[in-house]
Design a protein around this ligand. Structure first.
Ligand SMILES: Nc1ncnc2c1ncn2[C@@H]1O[C@H](COP(=O)(O)OP(=O)(O)OP(=O)(O)O)[C@@H](O)[C@H]1O
Ligand SMILES: [Mg+2]
Length: 444
């Protein structure tokens, strides 16, 4: 039941910690002794596989401060406090702060084993539940929302899984509607902070005063975001909207936290999509701190084949919701979907899909007409009336070869195999479409 768990014993008195350790060792527990709270904090973090027994009166960081730190790291960690004779008010305060129980000196072995047994059972259950939830729900659920099999999406998924495990702050950049907010959720959900809060603040939605209060307090009710997200993730949307004053506060907060940070910040920027750079709107020292890790979410038009799978998946969902049939996409419409510039990216595609389903239910309209109303840029690129079928086929063929070459990093023989093309035909088509093998070799 309690296999693999450690009991951390924190006490500045060597005799005390050794006798507790010995006794628990005899009762079959694995123990680790620490002469100070500071030492213990070097080892104990969120999801630490163990329970803590700590003295209250210690030089340096005392037991109460230690308890607060532990609760900030992992509020589910069972902590048993050892109080001196007559320290009842302190024991009460410790329970209020989240201690599981307390034990009065002098050391009573039976009470100790009983408490440690209870704590270990609770800990095992908490950790199992967390692992279960992490596996089944959050992480997988959020990841499964990311549709797409293009190389760009595969890379994005790998980045999320890698950076999700890391500790540094993250800067997410990309055009509007590409999925930045979704990626931020995924980063939180696949990582060790999944069971902690994900606090999302839209920096552009507040004036300076309100934003400062929302982030750092004081608030009339509720916790400011930096407290609320302790041990978890603070997601700052539209980070370039931060004023100089708020940037300075945020920088101070980050510096105060040290490393690894208790609160992980995920900053989201639209700058790149608007032809700017996030570093131009943020003070350099803040940008440097926030961009320890970076993810750029690719625009939809660079995800070629994903456009159709996203469109199909989404129209099916809306058809379900509206209780009707999804529209059948003709070859011509498929070509138009693939060629559209999608300035609003996935969000725009979802809009088009919903309208396509509603139109289909009424039995009117076409996908072509929907794309035509999607703004000037879209109109230009999708003014395809009267285009011969040959041109659709060619643009489709080019896209397919381009994607396949990219996926196989320029390996001609792999592309020949996948597309069942003889070498000569493949070479001819690449020349015709201006595709050159060299562009794919580095994997880019
Ligand atoms: N790869 C994807 N697969 C499926 N749905 C996606 C994908 N990427 C984004 N979406 C969906 O597209 C919509 C827009 O995504 P999201 O809000 O994350 O974009 P954003 O980049 O944060 O936009 P903004 O710049 O406006 O904040 C959401 O409904 C989201 O669920
Ligand atoms: Mg967003």
């Amino acid at each position: 039941m309690t296999q693999g768990l450690t009991v951390a014993i924190v006490d500045d008195e060597p005799d005390m910690r050794d006798s507790i350790s010995q006794w628990l060792g005899l009762s079959g527990y694995r123990t680790e002794v620490f002469a100070s709270a500071e030492d213990a904090l070097k080892v104990i973090g969120p999801d630490w596989p163990g329970v803590v027994v700590s003295d209250i009166r210690m030089p340096g960081m005392d037991g109460m401060a230690f308890l607060k730190r532990l609760m900030g790291l992992d509020s589910g960690l069972p902590v048993i406090m050892i109080t001196g004779h007559g320290d009842v008010p302190m024991a009460v305060e410790a329970m209020r702060l989240g201690a599981m129980d307390f034990m009065e000196k002098p050391f009573n072995p039976d009470r100790m084993t009983e408490l440690v047994k209870k704590a270990s059972q609770a800990r095992r259950m908490t950790l199992d539940n967390r692992a279960l939830r992490r596996d089944l729900s959050e992480g997988q659920q959020v990841m499964s929302k990311l549709v797409g099999a293009s190389p760009a999406m595969d890379r994005l998924r790998e980045d999320i899984l890698d950076l999700g495990q890391a500790d540094g702050h993250v800067l997410i950049d990309g055009e509007t509607g590409t999925g930045k907010t979704l990626v931020a959720h995924a980063l939180h959900a696949v990582g060790p902070r999944a069971t902690k809060r994900f606090v999302q603040i839209s920096c552009a939605a507040y004036n300076d005063e309100a934003l400062t209060a929302r982030l750092f307090g004081p608030l009339e009710d509720g916790l400011p975001a930096v407290e609320e997200s302790r041990g978890g993730t603070l997601c700052l949307e539209d980070v370039e909207a931060l004023s100089d004053a708020v940037q300075a506060r945020l920088l101070a907060f980050i510096a105060e936290q040290g490393a690894p940070a208790e609160t992980r910040i995920i900053a989201i920027s639209n700058a790149r999509g608007e032809g700017r750079r996030a570093e131009d709107s943020l003070r350099p020292d803040l940008f440097y701190r926030l961009s320890a890790l970076q993810i750029t979410v690719p625009p939809l038009r660079q995800r070629g084949e994903d456009i159709l799978s996203l469109f199909n998946r989404t129209t099916e969902q809306f058809a379900d919701e509206y209780g009707c049939e999804p529209p059948q996409v003709t070859a011509q419409e498929a070509a138009q979907l693939l060629q559209a510039p999608w300035p609003g990216n996935v969000r725009q595609l979802i809009n088009v899909a919903e309208r396509a389903v509603l139109q289909n239910r009424r039995g009117t309209g076409s996908i072509t007409s929907l794309l035509m109303t999607e703004g000037d840029e879209a109109r230009e690129a999708t003014t395809t009336e009267g285009k011969p079928l040959k041109e659709y086929v060619e643009s489709f063929e080019k896209m397919l070869i381009d994607n396949t070459m990219r996926r196989h990093k320029g390996s001609i023989s792999a592309v020949m195999d996948e597309l069942c093309l003889p070498r000569r035909t493949l070479n001819e088509k690449m020349a015709k479409y201006g595709l050159s093998r060299g562009d794919y070799l580095s994997g880019g």
